[in-house]
Design a protein around this ligand. Structure first.
Ligand code: PMP
Length: 365
């Protein structure tokens, strides 16, 4: 027997790890650095690493209280009600919960192109249809109200990504407000802030809560993750912050115990580890500025922990940099040919990436 017809469903292309790449090329893993998946170059929050070891002996129990404690800590962090925090298996899991909560068969979902692939994948799994709004290279991939609203057609969910993956552009809150205002009452605007910590723009939580001069809205949700600034990508921990009016929806849509005991305990420790986050943000700022200045190619301004670089034949360039030990992301998988995305690394990693990419550009071009 076979699964149902999945021919419309594309597989998510996760960046491969160093071990996998080294095995494929028959080389030693120590020869490589990976700047392809926007991971934290400083590793996990040290406080979280301790919490994981301490939590190891309690994994025989279901994580009910850990879940509750973490939701409360996140709610505290954002000054929202704990019922507004939808914990999930990564930001990806939170996207799925929003799909579950919002979509009826054949509802439309509007996503940026280029953009993060999982929005569309999740919509399709939940029997929605995916439509795209095109971002212009020449306009630095800006998600302006004009761009989004000219494509909008009663879509049930509209995704904005701020900072945007893969370009690093951001959306300011006045624009999010205008988009939410002008899309219909039945459309939810999801602001994906997976890289929000790295950016100078304010979180769209202000729109949900009616802060900073904005009126409170019930048609905006915000996505956040512990994968990037907190360095917990391997634990799979993220969340959505939803309008207060949705109080009992989470219990109806979530997978029982949506985040594991280890993930919750680590998240609880990480959320207070300001020192690790600050160090991470400082590294990202320094690295992205350095790459903008020193790469011999067009580099878009970025507020994320990565930069987008125009390189011509991105597949050839990414292959050759990998051959020389630096793994970067070929953006063809984002529907963006001609570009690579390079994650911000430590000073040594950034130096090596810049040197290698510049040498490859000279040899391949
Ligand atoms: N949104 C964006 C824009 C991302 O780039 C990612 C990670 N690649 C996610 C959400 C999801 O991250 P995670 O599931 O690791 O929390």
């Amino acid at each position: 027997m076979q699964p149902r017809d999945l021919s419309d469903h594309v597989a998510y292309e996760a960046g491969r790890g160093i071990e996998e790449v080294a095995r494929e090329l028959g080389r030693d893993p120590s020869e490589f650095i990976k700047l392809a998946s926007n991971e934290n170059p400083h590793g996990p929050s040290p406080a979280a690493a301790v919490a994981i070891r301490e939590a190891a002996s309690s994994v025989s129990s279901y994580p009910k209280s850990a879940h509750t404690d973490l939701s409360a800590a996140i709610a505290d962090r954002w000054d929202v009600d704990p019922s507004q925090v939808w914990l999930a298996n990564g930001g990806d899991g939170a996207i799925d919960y929003l799909s579950r909560a919002m979509l009826e068969p054949d509802d439309d979902v509007l996503v940026p192109s280029p953009g993060f692939a999982y929005y569309g994948m999740s919509a399709r799994f939940h029997h929605g249809d995916v439509r795209e709004y095109e971002l212009e290279r020449a306009e630095d991939f800006a998600q302006t109200p004009e761009t989004v609203l000219s494509a909008y057609d009663d879509d049930r969910i509209v995704y904005l990504t701020s900072p945007h993956n893969p370009s690093g552009s951001t959306v300011d809150l006045a624009d999010v407000e205008r988009i939410a205002e002008e899309t219909g009452d039945d459309s939810l605007v999801v602001v994906d802030e997976a890289y929000g910590e790295f950016a100078d723009v304010d979180s769209a939580v202000a729109l949900l809560e009616g802060r900073d001069g904005f009126e409170a809205r019930d048609d905006v949700a915000v996505l956040r993750t512990f994968s990037k600034a907190y360095g917990l990508a391997g634990l799979r921990l993220g969340y959505a912050i939803v309008p207060e009016e949705w109080a009992d929806a989470y219990a109806r849509v979530n997978t029982p115990f949506a985040a594991s005991e280890l993930a919750c305990r680590a998240g609880l420790a990480a959320i207070d580890d300001d020192e690790h986050v600050e160090r991470t943000l400082e590294t990202a700022r320094t690295s992205r500025e350095y790459m903008r200045e020193h790469l011999d190619a067009h580099v878009w301004p970025s507020e994320g922990n990565f930069v987008l670089v125009a390189v011509g034949d991105a597949t050839a360039v990414a292959e050759e940099t990998r051959e020389r030990g630096v793994i970067v992301r070929d953006c063809s998988s984002f529907g963006l040919p001609g570009c690579i995305r390079v994650t911000c690394g430590t000073e040594a990693e950034t130096d090596r990436a810049v040197e290698t990419i510049n040498a490859v550009l000279e040899d391949v071009a």
